[in-house]
Design a binder for this molecule. Structure first.
Ligand code: KG4
Ligand code: ZN
Length: 336
């Protein structure tokens, strides 16, 4: 039997990405054109700038993904695309490109939820076993998702205000760090100490929701008060204290969710899953408290936005028979 491949497109935020995956879930290529430098001087993603970059990059990424994978268009069996959530203009570029390409080559079009993509990045590391719990931590979302089987998602808890990644980026700005600042705070935290005792939002509440705005305010007030008094605080200790609070809450709630739902695996996913402190803390806590639960964390390059993860989720959606019509539209507020 000839091998068949799926082409996947991701353009929900500030990365234009196209990937090719084989039907047996092996990633063949994953081209990511990051726009991060264009947005950095604005301190965050500017939607209009993002859309313009996607338009410029999308067809180049599609050609490069096919070349990298060493396949031709006639070896494709489907096209998958992120339909949401994300920035509407950015999503529209990917959706339009996917529709045009699928229509021109007579291929089925498979819509994919970006957050499902983040979870399925883990399937490229190890086979998913159910039931599982996913801790999804990105720039726009912080959620605990329970899955009984492939393609079925139940959000059991989520942030009531800022997402974890958003909190990283906001406190990073106060520290004068470049956007996005999660990685740099992680690095500073490794050489600092938890000396500030910031609040652990909602850690004691018996639900699976999160809140990071109290931590963010406490951090900002601490820095501003010190500035007014002419004091200089140690950046590394501020970073370590902030990170310790985020990790304590995420680890505590994720472990309780695993226990209560009696899951086989815990998937850590989303941009913040690249955090070395979080990966280490979760590995240690699970080994000590729930050794039967297997932790799956995608490789670093698959934690942030990329089409490889959309390709893996796309294969599952394709098998389920999920198909989009030619009137597929961007769904900026799509939930799992
Ligand atoms: O999943 P993602 O690439 O985009 C969204 O879908 O939002 O996540 C981006 C977020 C940013 O807020 C960024 O600061 C954060 O992930 N991030 C990190 C790390 N690397 C990226 N946060 C903490 N530690 C990191 N190492
Ligand atoms: Zn994302």
């Amino acid at each position: 039997m000839t091998k068949k491949y799926l082409l996947a497109i991701e353009s929900s935020c500030d990365e234009t990405s196209v990937a090719i995956i084989s039907d047996d879930n092996k990633l063949q290529s994953n081209v990511v054109a990051s726009q991060v430098l264009s947005h950095r001087r604005f301190g965050g993603v500017v939607p209009e700038v993002a859309s313009r970059h996607h338009v410029e990059q999308i067809t180049l990424c599609m050609e490069e993904a096919l070349v990298d994978a060493g396949i031709t268009v006639d070896q494709l069996s489907a096209v998958a695309v992120t339909e949401g959530p994300g920035l509407v203009g950015a999503l529209l570029i990917g959706v339009s490109a996917a529709k045009a390409f699928a229509w021109a080559h007579d291929l089925p079009l498979v819509p994919v939820n970006h957050m499902a993509g983040h979870i399925y990045a883990a399937s490229l590391k190890a086979p998913l076993e159910f039931p599982l719990m996913a801790l999804l931590v990105s720039g726009g979302h912080t959620e605990l998702v329970y899955m009984k089987e492939h393609g079925e998602y139940e959000i059991i808890g989520e942030t009531r205000d800022d997402a974890a990644g958003e909190a990283y980026d906001k406190v990073g700005r106060v520290l004068g760090l470049a956007y996005p600042s999660g990685k740099e705070i992680d690095e500073l935290a490794h050489v600092g100490e938890d000396t500030f005792d910031f609040p652990r939002g909602m850690i004691k509440e018996v639900n699976f929701d999160f809140s990071f705005s109290g931590l963010k305010s406490s951090f900002i007030n601490t820095v501003h008060n010190a500035e007014q008094k002419g004091e200089t605080l140690i950046k590394e200790n501020l970073a370590a204290s902030f990170q310790a609070s985020v990790i304590d809450v995420l680890v505590s709630k994720a472990l309780r969710a695993c226990q209560e739902y009696n899951v086989k695996q815990l998937v850590l996913a989303g941009g913040v899953a690249a955090n070395k402190g979080l990966r280490k803390a979760l590995t240690k806590a699970l080994a000590e408290e729930l050794p039967k639960v297997e932790l799956i964390v995608p490789d670093f390059h698959l934690c942030g936005d990329n089409a490889g993860m959309i390709a893996a989720a796309g294969l599952i959606e394709k098998e389920k028979g999920s198909r989009a019509d030619w009137d597929l539209n961007a769904q900026p507020g799509l939930s799992l």
